[in-house]
Design a protein around this ligand. Structure first.
Ligand code: MV4
Length: 445
């Protein structure tokens, strides 16, 4: 069992991980930049180490500084949270080389799934449906054009090292293929230092549905059902829910089984999210695997009653998962709204500054995951996620009603937040009917 963990992250997820550690009797070490010196997660940790100035590259992304903090405080593991170093294979490898457990997958599985073409090949090997596309990376323009005509336009060009929407180009015809290919390549080179791209048929107006999975070191792999994350704006998710309102139990099991087959094929250990696109005919296609705990994991915790972060820590400590698939049920509906310090009336511009009033909602079925409080100052250095409201109710209409009243109760002054945007979406008749796709926000707001 692990007895002391360093959390290589900040904000709400650092706090979330500290809570899991406390309940497990595990000691915690927080790291913080000068901008986060007075953060609530820093205060709640057993120990805290300043790792540098506000700039991420000199603090939360700085591997030597984080490893040094881990060495000084004598931890036996590092939890990377999400973002920052969470999917950095070199960081995971360095942790292990230093005798520190990386709370995440084995380096080999991480590297394999980080390569989106390899992940596609693996899915095919596991008989998981993938979007029709290229066998491997795309060579020259001629090859791309031949393939694009074979699959049929529209197609999408994606970076092999990509994910989360960066370095992608949708192409509608031969004429625009050439420019799109070179644009995608140079964007990928700049963003990932790797210009390889591949090609897929572009699924029009899909739903984004992802399956939460967890595996231990003894070959046990289970799923915790799916989340529908179709409500997003510019690749930033705004609202997530579980279960997906469109799936019946049979489709749900088929999707989850596919996810399990894939992570078994990868010899995966710890938490993962297997992402799929759902087309108009409710056919699903694998797109990529996220090898980390995700922002939206609480909706899964609410419907299943299982603490995913605690399982991550136990598994990393070498404990077998006592959990079997039949022990994991889902009950009711959970919805999460991400509250960002952004102004929806001003093109979602960041809204940093001190919080003078903070009144949080509560009541039955309301969970708030946040590091914010009255007196906290939101800094412009990091992403703008301020809080997550997660509601849990027996039915979807009740969950929507609870979320609406929770959003209305929430007062964070004088900060501009995405609360009004979330309320607008929750009031839209198509959202209420569950008839949304990944283009919903851009089309309607
Ligand atoms: C797609 C797709 C349609 N067809 N792949 C976006 C996030 C990343 N994980 C994958 N994404 C997509 N992949 C195929 N084959 C649609 C998206 C997508 C999207 C694409 C372009 C512009 C905006 C988008 C918003 C959501 C999803």
């Amino acid at each position: 069992m692990l007895s002391r963990i360093l959390i290589a992250n900040r904000g709400e997820i650092a706090l979330r991980i500290i809570r899991a550690c406390r309940e497990l009797g595990v000691e915690t070490v927080a790291v913080y930049s000068e901008a986060d010196r007075h953060a609530s997660y820093v205060r709640l940790a057993d120990e805290a180490v300043c790792i540098g100035p506000p700039d991420c590259n000199q603090s939360y992304l700085n591997v030597p500084r984080i490893i040094s903090a881990a060495e000084i405080t004598n931890v036996d593991a590092i939890h990377p949270g999400y973002g920052f170093l969470a999917e950095n294979t070199n960081f995971a490898e360095i942790c292990h080389d230093c005798g520190i457990t990386f709370i995440g997958p084995p380096v080999k599985a991480m590297r394999l799934l980080g390569d989106k073409v390899e992940a596609r090949k693996l899915a095919q090997k596991a008989k998981v449906p993938v979007v029709p596309g290229s066998e491997g990376v795309i060579g020259d323009e001629k090859e791309a054009m031949k393939l694009a005509n074979k699959i049929g336009y529209p197609i999408i060009i994606k970076a092999v090292a990509g994910g989360g929407g960066r370095g992608m180009r949708v192409v509608h015809n031969d004429i625009s293929l050439r420019a799109a290919l070179s644009a995608a390549r140079s964007e990928a080179e700049i963003a990932f230092g790797e210009s390889s791209v591949y090609l897929e048929k572009f699924i029009v107006e899909p739903r984004h549905v992802e399956v939460q999975v967890m595996a231990d070191n003894e070959g046990n792999a289970v799923h915790f059902y799916e989340r529908d994350c179709s409500i997003q704006r510019r690749h930033q998710k705004m609202i997530e829910e579980s279960p997906c309102p469109l799936l019946d139990e049979k489709d749900r099991d088929r999707l989850a089984d596919a996810a399990i087959r894939l992570i078994r094929e990868a010899d995966y250990v710890n938490a993962a999210t297997v992402e799929f696109l759902l087309d108009k005919d409710r056919k699903f296609y694998f797109i990529e695997v996220n090898t980390r705990i995700q922002v939206e994991h609480p909706v899964t915790e609410m419907v299943t009653g299982h603490d995913l972060v605690k399982w991550q820590i136990r598994i990393a400590g070498g404990e077998p998962m006592k959990l079997r698939q039949k022990d994991i049920k889902h009950h009711g509906v959970a919805i999460e709204c991400r509250i960002n310090a952004e102004d929806p009336a001003n093109n979602f511009a960041p809204s940093p500054g001190p919080i003078t009033e903070y009144i949080a909602p509560g009541g039955l079925g309301v969970r708030i995951d946040t590091h914010a409080h009255q007196g906290w100052t939101i800094t412009p250095h990091y992403d703008s996620l301020l809080a997550k409201i997660i509601v849990h109710q027996k039915t979807r209409p009740e969950a929507i009603a609870t979320m609406r009243r929770a959003l209305q109760e929430f007062s964070i002054q004088p900060i501009k937040t995405t609360i009004p945007a979330c309320l607008d979406i929750l009031s839209h008749n198509l959202f209420v009917k569950g008839k949304v796709d990944t283009g919903f926000v851009e089309r309607n707001f």
